[in-house]
Design a protein around this ligand. Structure first.
Ligand SMILES: C[S@@+](CC[C@H](N)C(=O)[O-])C[C@H]1O[C@@H](n2cnc3c(N)ncnc32)[C@H](O)[C@@H]1O
Ligand code: SF4
Length: 554
């Protein structure tokens, strides 16, 4: 079969002199976690929220986090540990049971009909049979279930035929399995222990046990993963005939073994966005050709396969669904408010077993932030619908996000289709970076401040660490107009300097590479955007020095 890699037109092509929409490409900047829950709350405050806030019946997803893995993949930033003794697992499961029981008794959770239950992790298939059965029985007894899609996330070694049979008898009807890559050398580098043969045998066992809805995760832009390897990975995955494929672009997150390997120079990552864009487009081309339907930026399914996770994403954007998370570091969104649970296992167990809720951080969203989240989540589904926006907020999308929409349009990232704005092929390839244009000044400020305090639970990627100060400059009105906010930015830059003396050199090197790759047009966008904002700020100062800019307008 002819290789697609060579024939893919990068669209933004790496040729010198052609404008890249952005100089740096961000793989996945906090798409669901916008705005990130960074404000501490007490268990009593969370309980009050659950007892008082929500009023109407809604549908929901129940997520359970199982934070144990047999082996630790070098890229993985998820909260987990290598599977500990049976006693520690039992203690964790007892805490999970207590937490679920407490959550199920609250008015907010009682009014939710759960049509989606997700056992994730970590490696949920590592749960001992008895623990798994106890959790399922509790969920069936205490929660209102609405013919749920029930997914078990697992790992090749623990997804035995016997385990899947048990899971199926308890109500599981979908399995999700991380493959990442089939390339033996890369698998070794990333500490992925099963072989391609093990993966194939695992899929056979799952099917023999009676579950056909099998989702595989693949990763691209891994260190040293050439476009040819990526193409082979995709074709090998398609040959296994899964019902769905999730394609994730590798992000190197602080604190992971991979980040350490990158920092020590043992592994190198290519920051050139052009091959990353090509990778994205190769994925689209191969999976479309193989008959898969693209459900969102990352998710592909066979026609006719329902994927309720994608449905939940869309409904979260429209504010019509709740996500209730249980377990350490679990993320919840209830009545539009994001919450994050205690990430440390011992503290989580102590907290829950002493009768407190696990939620530790939250974010009280302003209307402006809900609008920003709406736009960020719309990107994931390729369409901005002004009608849906007006319905959700009673405001015109074009009034609120005029600058972004106009600039996307000018750069060929979106086009008008009927009443909607739809991402072009170029836009789809850059959507994760476009998301940052909607980050509000106050959220950026909070992220920078918490980062300096060391309180951010999810590590930032290398690109984000470098790019955040640049994106912060997107809001010069707030930054320059407030000594406090400007001070936060300065603190952040000093923090970067303290933690990594090489970062100014890294920034300059990346800029030089961007110019060498694509010529000055690559940087024109940054310069234009900043200049436009400064001019707007100056105009605003002249007109009304006292009026408040930005979010408070809404
Ligand atoms: C929540 S993880 C758990 C998956 C499950 N334990 C397994 O390994 O099969 C889900 C997926 O996130 C993706 N993932 C994990 N770390 C990532 C990273 N640093 N960058 C991009 N994707 C990542 C992987 O594809 C992984 O399979
Ligand atoms: S990718 Fe899955 S198996 Fe690997 S460390 Fe992360 S959660 Fe564990």
């Amino acid at each position: 079969m002819a290789s697609l890699v060579a024939s893919v037109d990068h669209g933004v092509s790496s040729q010198r002199g052609r404008a890249l929409p952005y100089a740096i490409r961000l793989a996945n900047p906090g798409k669901h976690l916008y705005p990130p829950p960074l404000t501490e709350l007490t268990s009593a405050e969370f309980e009050t929220f659950l007892c008082t806030r929500p009023s109407v019946d809604r549908s929901g997803q129940l997520y359970l986090h199982v934070p144990f893995c047999e082996t630790i993949c070098s890229f993985c930033p998820i909260h987990k540990s290598k599977v500990p003794s049976a006693g520690v697992v039992d203690e964790y499961v007892r805490a999970l049971v207590d937490e679920l029981a407490a959550l199920s008794g609250t008015p907010a959770v009682r009014r939710i009909r759960f049509d989606n239950v997700y056992f994730g992790g970590g490696t949920a298939s590592l749960l001992p049979n008895r623990a798994f059965a106890a959790l399922m029985e509790l969920i069936q007894d205490r929660f209102t279930l609405d013919a749920p899609q029930c997914t078990l996330e697992g790992h090749v070694h623990s997804l035995t035929e016997e385990k899947v049979r048990l899971a199926r008898s308890l109500g599981v009807n979908r399995i999700s399995l991380g493959v990442q890559t089939f390339e033996p050398r890369l698998r070794g580098l990333l500490n992925l222990t099963p072989s391609e043969g093990d993966i194939r045998r695992c899929l056979d066992a799952i099917r023999r046990a009676g579950i056909d809805d099998i989702n595989l995760d693949l990763m691209c832009n891994l260190p040293g993963q050439s476009p040819e390897v990526w193409e082979r990975d995709l074709r090998a995955a398609v040959a296994l005939d899964p019902s769905g494929l999730d394609l994730y672009e590798a992000v190197v997150v602080d604190g992971t073994p991979l980040a350490k390997q990158v920092a020590s120079g043992h592994v190198t990552i290519d920051s050139n966005p052009a091959p990353q864009v090509a990778t994205y487009l190769v994925g689209e081309a191969i999976l479309t050709d193989a008959g898969f339907e693209q459900r969102n930026l990352f998710v592909w399914n066979r026609p006719g396969i329902e994927n309720r996770l994608v449905g939940t994403q869309g409904a979260l954007r429209d504010g019509t669904v709740d996500v209730v998370g249980a377990g350490l570091s679990a993320y919840s969104v209830i009545d539009g408010h994001p919450f994050l649970a205690e990430p440390n296992r011992q503290r989580y167990v102590r907290r829950v077993r002493s009768g407190r809720f696990a939620a530790r951080w939250h974010h009280e969203c302003t209307k402006r932030e809900r609008m920003e989240r709406f736009m960020i989540m719309s990107l994931e589904e390729f369409t901005f619908s002004p009608a849906a926006f007006a319905c959700a907020f009673g405001r015109g999308m074009e009034d609120i996000f005029h600058d972004q929409l106009r600039s996307f349009h000018r750069r060929g990232l979106i086009e008008r289709r009927g009443a909607d704005y739809v991402l072009t092929r170029l836009g789809r390839a850059w959507a994760t970076t476009m998301a940052v244009e909607f980050f509000g000044a106050s959220v950026l400020e909070e992220m920078l401040r918490e980062r300096v305090r060391g309180a951010v639970q999810v590590g930032l990627t290398r690109e984000e660490a470098i790019d955040l100060p640049i994106f912060a400059l997107f809001h010069p009105a707030e930054l320059l107009g407030s000594a406090h906010r400007f001070g936060v930015l300065v603190d952040y830059v000093r923090f970067l300097w303290r933690t990594d003396r090489t970062w100014p050199v890294t920034v300059l090197r990346e800029l030089r590479r961007a110019v060498a790759r694509a010529g000055l047009p690559a940087l024109r966008w940054y310069a234009n955007t900043i200049a436009r904002h400064v001019l707007a700020w100056l105009a605003w100062r002249t007109r009304s020095p006292r009026a408040d800019a930005g979010e408070e307008v809404v």
